[in-house]
Design a protein around this ligand. Structure first.
Ligand code: DGL
Length: 279
């Protein structure tokens, strides 16, 4: 019997935070990842454009016969999850509901959410939180400066801390007790975000929560025998520079090609052609 193959995508390398958590939860599943670095950030684009990109990528991933797809991008989850679920013939999981559940579980009555302009404007976190905790107070804040920092590999230092401080000020003034990192790039800034927010604020990354859900779906849906089969390689595709992906995998995850990771470039032109048909 074949092992499990999980498709994961993001607008760039931020979704690697989810990929790593998924790998830790199901070490023997094969990961097929796509990071759309050439078109990143998605967070300042129109929802219609993000939806088009997400459907193109889903089409690309479906060529690899994935058993399950993870939208490791809050922006794409916020605006395209329903479309993807309707058009894909495999389960599609997003990152917003797991993050919302973790925040509610923390017991916080005042919950801050930071994300891209599109994610915050969509109100998707607020809705997800209020579905399970109608009484919770939710404070959203777009932090458009964060993604460029991560994509450039600037993860700490005085300049980064200053930007984080200015961006979080309204939420901290509002007295949030939990802060959801509503963008898969933000966990890479987590130590500076936690330092600025202070020890009394519970900083929540949806990566681990999403991975737990992916693992549960895989073990329930496909059984432990499939989930435990050894798969020797993973594929990481990027529309940006493969070197950037290589560095991110090596620096942040200690993964390199020697451990069965393949990194390939897929141009956005090719993506538009491959992904032009219906999923
Ligand atoms: N990783 C994306 C997210 O989770 C943000 C980056 C972008 O704006 O493309 O929303």
């Amino acid at each position: 019997m074949d092992g499990i193959t999980i498709g994961i995508f993001d607008s760039g390398i931020g979704g690697l935070t989810v990929a790593r958590a998924v790998h830790e939860a199901i070490p023997n599943a094969r990961l097929i990842y796509f990071g759309d670095t050439a078109r990143c950030p998605y967070g300042d684009r129109s929802p219609a454009e993000v939806r088009t990109f997400a459907l193109q990528i889903a089409r690309l991933l479906s060529n690899f016969s994935v058993d399950l797809m993870v939208v490791a991008c809050n922006t794409a989850t916020a605006v395209a999850l329903d479309d993807l679920r309707q058009r894909c013939n495999v389960p599609v999981l997003g990152v917003i509901e797991p993050g919302a559940r973790a925040a509610v579980r923390s017991g916080a009555a005042r919950i801050g959410v930071i994300g891209t302009v599109v994610t915050i404007a969509s109100g998707a976190y607020e809705q997800a939180i209020h579905r399970i905790a109608p009484e919770a107070q939710v404070f959203g804040r777009a932090c458009p400066a964060f993604v460029p920092l991560v994509e450039q590999g600037k993860l700490d230092g005085p300049d980064v801390e200053q930007i984080v401080r200015e961006s979080l000020a309204p939420l901290l003034d509002a007295g949030v007790e939990a802060l959801i990192l509503g963008c898969t790039h933000y966990p890479l800034l987590q130590s500076v975000i936690q330092r600025v927010a202070g020890p009394h604020v519970r900083v929540i990354s949806s990566a681990a929560e999403t991975a737990a859900e992916v693992a549960a779906r895989c073990y329930e849906g496909f059984g432990t025998s499939r989930a435990s089969l050894a798969r020797p390689w993973h594929l990481f595709m990027t529309s940006g520079a493969p070197e950037r992906m290589r560095h991110a995998l090596r620096d942040w995850f200690q993964w390199d090609e020697a451990v069965g990771v393949r990194i390939v470039h897929v141009s956005t032109d090719a993506l538009a052609v491959v992904g032009a048909q219906d999923v």
